[in-house]
Ligand binder design. Structure first.
Ligand SMILES: [Zn+2]
Length: 127
């Protein structure tokens, strides 16, 4: 479950942007080479986000293929394998860009106040 570590990074980014606001949905872009399984990612995120501003948030995972350029024939194409083969000339002398990014693309805030705000932030109590 290597998704767990990624989800911790994503949650960190979510918390920095949300600044305490309740988040009901997020969109994440993951490079194809990270081999993320969207369902596993959603489950892992639900796990790490429990009790946070993103507790119960829906997660949309977009897999982003890597951009590849062939040195043999100059063709540009997209690939999700780590050792792509040029579809134009079957060449393997290729330049691979991207495929490893993990980006928090968007998030949507909920109108609802956090149900567990006091529990989550500890000593911050309204007086
Ligand atoms: Zn080629």
């Amino acid at each position: 479950m290597h998704e767990l570590g990624m989800c911790e990074d994503v949650l960190h980014a979510v918390e920095q942007r949300a600044k305490g606001r309740r988040v009901e949905a997020i969109g994440v872009r993951t490079g194809a080479f990270l081999m993320v399984v969207p369902e596993a990612f959603r489950q892992s995120f639900a796990l790490v986000a429990g009790g946070s501003v993103a507790d119960g948030a829906a997660v949309t995972v977009t897999l982003v293929p890597a951009a590849v350029r062939c040195h043999e024939c100059g063709a540009g194409f997209e690939a999700s394998e780590t050792l792509p083969v040029c579809p134009g000339c079957d060449g393997v002398d290729v330049d691979v860009a991207g495929g490893h990014e993990l980006t928090l693309e968007w998030l949507r805030y909920s109108a609802e106040p956090p149900a567990s705000a006091h529990a989550a932030t500890g000593s911050q109590t309204d007086r």
